[in-house]
Design a protein around this ligand. Structure first.
Ligand code: C2E
Ligand code: MG
Ligand code: MG
Ligand code: MG
Length: 272
């Protein structure tokens, strides 16, 4: 009886797995089409300077509006794209699109806004990455120092030595580099120093609740101190309350981002 039950369960698992695989295949095909049919677009979220309270940058976040399924989260489709060269196509699209938008906003409205774009660690393996970034800067006229490329800590640490070379090449173009979701990987100070970064973004999971917990606040304070000690600008992500914002200001955090300051919105909503 136990054997029969086990067998039944196994078949059920098999069916479920096959369905999941089919869904992924379909989604990958849909994503390939999405690139060419205007279903992908960039949302912009404000990044605020904590000393002046001014918006100094925007982070570009990729959005996919599927014709049948509606909004699909990047947490779902980015990992899928990362399994193939699709990520390079998406990465190039969002960089080109948002650099053009920011360059236009800077010249037309005299805005000194900077742009932050996420880079998948897989894109660091793409031999076309460096020329593509150089090309985007020269065709859009966006100053390199107005562009920060963000790579997540966990992805970076998986292949730190290989990444270091590409990051150095990117930096020699004059763009800035950020380590994203800091605290979720396991990087050492030595590794961080070797990577010649400009900005450290503290992961949202460390920010949530800092206003109610001395220990949580102490951890964030020590991350800020450590980052400042090696010359990094610190950004807090996921700021959802006025109390969190005030505390981060007191702790000397440089910049903040989060729903309390502004949600990611379309270019039209952000720039009018
Ligand atoms: P991320 O780069 O760490 O971006 C921050 C994420 O947190 C965004 O989710 C943003 O909408 C969300 N967020 C911002 N403020 C708050 C807040 O106060 N509370 C909460 N709960 N969430 C907040 P999103 O847009 O769903 O993106 C998720 C992740 O997908 C990004 O994390 C990034 O790793 C990746 N991603 C998004 N766009 C791109 C892209 O163009 N290229 C690559 N390679 N990855 C991307
Ligand atoms: Mg990011
Ligand atoms: Mg992040
Ligand atoms: Mg994050």
């Amino acid at each position: 009886q136990a054997k029969a039950r086990g067998r039944g369960r196994f078949e059920f698992f098999d069916v479920e797995m096959r369905m999941r695989m089919q869904r992924r295949l379909r989604m990958e095909q849909d994503l390939r089409e999405a690139v060419h049919s205007g279903q992908l677009w960039a949302a912009y979220q404000p990044v605020v300077d904590l000393r002046t309270g001014e918006m100094v940058a925007v982070e570009a976040l990729l959005r996919w509006t599927h014709p049948k399924h509606g909004a699909i989260s990047p947490a779902e489709f980015i990992p899928l794209a990362e399994e193939s060269e699709l990520i390079n196509i998406l990465g190039k699209f969002i960089l080109q699109d948002t650099a053009r938008e920011l360059a236009a906003q800077r010249t037309e409205h005299g805005l000194g806004l900077s742009l932050k774009v996420n880079l998948s660690v897989r894109q660091l393996d793409d031999p076309h990455l460096i020329p593509a970034v150089r090309d985007v800067l020269s065709t859009t006229g966006l100053p390199p120092e107005a562009l920060t490329l963000e790579v997540t800590e966990s992805a970076l640490m998986r292949d730190a030595s290989a990444a270091a070379e590409v990051l150095t090449a990117l930096r020699s173009l004059g763009v800035l580099l950020a380590i994203d979701d800091f605290g979720t990987g396991y990087s050492s100070l030595a590794q961080l120093r070797r990577l010649t970064l400009d900005t450290l973004k503290i992961d949202r999971s460390f920010i949530t609740g800092i206003a109610d917990s001395r220990d949580a606040a102490a951890i964030v304070a020590s991350i800020i101190a450590m980052a400042h000690a090696v010359g990094l600008t610190v950004v807090a992500e996921g700021v959802e309350t006025a109390d969190e914002l005030e505390l981060l200001r007191e702790l000397g955090c440089d910049q903040a981002q989060g729903y309390h300051l502004g949600r990611p919105v379309s270019a039209r909503e952000m720039f009018g």
